[in-house]
Design a protein around this ligand. Structure first.
Ligand SMILES: [Cu+2]
Length: 143
């Protein structure tokens, strides 16, 4: 694939993610997300967060509180239920470009990932449908 064609594909994927429709982001969308953050040297570390709906456990991220470095990849994986992951501007430091918002994920095994580019600090994320049920988490970026 030419570089030009790759850009077009990335643009189409980006457009497809923004319509609020059924979640369609799989590995292709993740690749586009990773490519956009290519200015940060990748560490090769992947931090997986499972999104879970389970009787007796409720609606949770597992683990919910992450400690990461710039260049790490945070990967949300749907285990059960329907969830998203979003870093709301009103609950995070101003002036920082926050991680991209995931689509609503509903197919077990579906993944959404981004490369950490944020400066050191503590960031808050949550699942929109379940934030009131405590489906929240933090991402602490360390040096
Ligand atoms: Cu949820």
């Amino acid at each position: 694939m030419t570089k030009h064609a790759a850009l077009i594909v990335a643009a189409l994927l980006f457009a497809a993610c923004g319509d609020g429709g059924p979640a369609t982001v799989g590995n292709e969308g993740s690749a586009a997300t990773t490519k956009a953050a290519a200015s940060v040297p990748l560490t090769g570390n992947v931090i997986e967060v499972r999104m879970i709906s389970e009787p007796g456990r409720g609606e949770i991220f597992e683990p919910a509180d992450l400690t990461v470095r710039r260049g790490d990849v945070v990967r949300f994986v749907l285990a059960s239920g329907v969830h998203n992951a979003r870093f709301p501007a009103e609950k995070n430091p101003a002036g920082v470009e926050l991680p991209p918002e995931s689509p609503y994920m509903q197919l077990p095994g579906q993944k959404f990932e981004f490369t950490v580019t944020q400066p050191p600090g503590k960031y808050n994320y949550h699942c929109d449908p379940h934030v009131m049920l405590g489906m929240v988490g933090t991402m602490t970026v360390i040096e």
